[in-house]
Every structure is written in C-alpha cells, then in structure tokens.
Design a protein around this ligand. Structure first.
Ligand SMILES: [Zn+2]
Length: 64
C-alpha cells in the first residue's frame, strides 16, 4: 500500500503539494484569523478559571 506524498490545507483540508501548508493566500489569512480568535477564547477561559481559583483561595484564607 502506497500513500502518495501530499498534505492537506490547514484551513479547508483539500489536498495540496507537500511543500505547501495552505492551498491559497486566502486560506492562510483565514487560518491565522481563526487561530487568533481561538487563542483569545483560550486566554479568556484561563483567565476565568484563574479568577475562580483565586476566589476559592481567598475564601479559604478568609475563613482561617
Ligand atoms: Zn485551503
């Protein structure tokens, strides 16, 4: 069984030559924008989780 050397566009998933990451400039820009948005969501989630943990620590310390 031989799999021909190729990759998939990171944005739309179509087959592209192995030396490329995206099928077009449009896909590259779209992917970068999506990743930026995803990172922002992750940071926001981490910040909220951090605040909740901080809140618990303060509550525990307050009771002592
Ligand atoms: Zn693409």
């Amino acid at each position: 069984m031989e799999i021909p050397k190729h990759r998939h566009c990171l944005n739309c998933g179509i087959s592209i030559p192995p030396d490329q990451v995206f099928c077009s400039e449009k896909c590259r820009i779209e992917y970068m924008q999506r990743r930026k948005r995803m990172l922002r969501t992750q940071y926001m989630f981490l910040a909220i989780a951090g605040l909740i943990i901080l809140y618990y620590i303060i509550t525990i310390v307050w009771k002592m």
